[in-house]
Design a protein around this ligand. Sequence first.
Ligand SMILES: Nc1ncnc2c1ncn2[C@@H]1O[C@H](COP(=O)(O)OP(=O)(O)OP(=O)(O)O)[C@@H](O)[C@H]1O
Length: 295
Amino acid sequence: MIVIDRLKKKYGSKVALNGVSLEVKKGEFVSVLGPNGAGKTTMIRCTLALMFPDGGSVEILGKNPFKDKSVFREVGYVQELPNLPPFLTGRQVLRLSAKMKGASKDEVDELLELVGIEEFADRQIAKYSKGMTQRIAIAEALLGNPQVLIMDEPNIGVDPIFSLHIRDTFNKLKKKGTSILMTSHEMEDVKKLSDKVVLIYRGNKVFEGNVEELIKKFLGIVVVIEADQRAEEVLKGLDFVKKVESDGGGKYYVTLSEDKREELLRELIFQGVKVRSYYLDVDIEKAYERAINNV
Ligand SMILES: Nc1ncnc2c1ncn2[C@@H]1O[C@H](COP(=O)(O)OP(=O)(O)OP(=O)(O)O)[C@@H](O)[C@H]1O
């Protein structure tokens, strides 16, 4: 659906992208992470043919977007800090866009409802909050039911309730086969939505894999166990346990040298330890921070 192949871009002598490749398949949600200035927006702009790369190629739905603009009928785009006409209302912005995309007025109303903005639909964009503007930008991108959705930090300024609600929408779109590429600094969204995460650092791709792989690679396999205090002694006696940290209140953070989660639980139960809870630590924020500090 989207194939980005060895994309390169320089601004003067500053290398913004140094041969980044990635692929988004049908129905896949791919998140691009990286610190400020990593090259994420540059990659998105080159992908959407808004800017010529210095090298590499892009394909969307099998077409070259630089040569075949018809492909954009099937692409919804949420740009970073959307720049919507301030004197139009949210509804007018969507109706105008609907006309250009051949979408109906009914679809506009449905999307206004979907992004929860009907109440403010007839207010001028200039009087919208950041989050409201972002909601209209997302609705606009969804007009015409695109097969491909590309979003550059769509979650800036949106409140947690809307985040939850829109995550649900993205999951439904994925099931319908929409391919979604998103850049974001919102790790909770990344964790809940992504089939694949691509980490860019100083113009280079430094990681590609799913969230669990990201966590395993940069955080290790950490199991959080709530159990009685005999657990500590049992844990420390196991050769595949690398480190045991206790919070002093019956909670243990156990780093494993290999994925032997089942053996660990079996051993604790076999030794008569009362285990109250047992789960994998999936702290994506911590994993991301370690990843950035390690490259
Ligand atoms: N128009 C431009 N002219 C010169 N340099 C630019 C231009 N746009 C971006 N850059 C530089 O290119 C690099 C990549 O910028 P880019 O905006 O792609 O990063 P980003 O990962 O999207 O960052 P952020 O998370 O802050 O949005 C940065 O060093 C930035 O300063």
